[in-house]
Write a protein that binds this ligand. Structure first.
Ligand SMILES: [Zn+2]
Ligand SMILES: [Zn+2]
Length: 343
């Protein structure tokens, strides 16, 4: 069976179009009618620069990895037609050494939606119909708010980041950079029992979003007084760097206590003068965080049950035909946080 689908295709820098394509359904996997998707920082990078880091768009690729929809047909009898599902955008190989260790986000041949990491690129989810592995479909209740459920993927990233820091119960947490990811880390840290969550940013708008998402206090990154957090080699047990700026990493190293943990979530370039002495002298545990594993299912559960309400981050929605306008709006950080597309 062949189905026509309209897709948001990126061709190169600032070149995105809506194109008709054919989807072939041969009875394997699950055919999903995608209904809604969220625009992520990586989609914006592909649009604004034609690349994310060193992954350059070299051929037309369907954008998007934060999508939900409903089942049309499936090879899994558990997935009945019309069942609503959040689509996990990661498809690990299942056999490499990391997959065998249950570290699927480190899979050496990961197929991740809307990624130009490999050639040919892996198409994303900004399309009306898509065939996925049935294991990528995570069902959620029919009456759940779809605008909320689209946050499953970024929330999964943030729950994973908090897992990188271990048990957060009773801990004092600092988050530097509160765009959507920093804010969702605040929400996840709150859900995991942090005693206090202090968020820092240069944007007042972002700070007020962070307050709505679970921050117990906020401080302006440039104008705030950090002195109280510097005493005794630093106040916080855990710091999350979620902006990717070198100055933000320095701030995290300053305010995290000796023997504390610093989780690097923000993606940035090289840091020419990495403050390595602070890391050594305070014996800080520096740990990266990349994507997620089983946290995707946790995120779906938390959103469906209301443990996390992401709606303060929702800035508006566009029909797929207006993907260009949606990407431009989403790229304007003075006005938009999370923008969604409907298919
Ligand atoms: Zn994302
Ligand atoms: Zn693998």
């Amino acid at each position: 069976m062949n189905i026509e689908t309209q897709s948001c295709v990126i061709i190169g820098k600032q070149q995105v179009s809506v194109a008709p394509q054919q989807v072939e359904w041969n009875g394997q996997g699950t055919l999903v009618r995608i209904t809604r998707g969220g625009i992520c920082g990586s989609d914006l990078h592909y649009y604004q620069e034609g690349k994310v880091g060193s992954f350059e768009v070299k051929m037309p690729m369907i954008l998007g990895h934060e999508v939900i929809g409903y089942v049309v047909e499936s090879d899994n009898p558990q997935l009945k037609p019309d069942q609503k599902v959040a689509v996990n955008p990661s498809k690990p190989c299942g056999t490499c050494k990391y997959c065998q260790r249950d570290q699927h986000n480190q899979c050496t041949s990961m197929r991740f939606f809307g990624s130009a990491m490999y050639v040919p690129h892996v198409d994303g989810g900004f399309t009306q119909f898509k065939v996925v592995d049935s294991s990528q479909c995570v069902p959620f209740p029919q009456d759940a708010d779809e605008t909320v459920m689209v946050f499953a993927e970024p929330l999964a990233v943030c729950i994973h980041a908090t897992h990188q820091a271990g048990d957060l119960r009773g801990k004092h947490v600092f988050i530097s950079g509160v765009g959507p990811i920093g804010c969702l880390i605040a929400a996840a840290a709150k859900a995991r029992g942090a005693a206090s969550i202090v968020c820092s940013d240069i944007s007042e708008r972002s700070l007020s979003m962070a307050k709505q998402m679970g921050a117990t206090d906020v401080i302006h990154a440039a104008e705030g007084d950090f002195t109280p957090y510097l005493a005794d080699k630093g106040y916080f047990d855990v710091a999350f760097e979620a902006s990717g700026h070198p100055s933000s990493l320095q701030r995290c190293l300053d305010v995290v206590c000796a023997k504390g943990t610093l989780v690097q979530v923000g993606m940035g370039g090289a840091i020419p003068d990495f403050p390595i002495m602070a890391l050594i002298a305070k014996e800080i545990h520096l740990v990266g965080s990349f994507r997620f594993t089983h946290e995707f299912n946790t995120a779906v559960e938390w959103l469906a049950s209301g443990i996390v309400n992401p709606l303060p981050l929702f800035s508006g929605e566009y029909a797929l035909q207006d993907v260009d306008a949606a990407l431009q709006f989403a790229g304007d950080k003075t006005r938009a946080a999370k923008v969604q597309l409907t298919f």
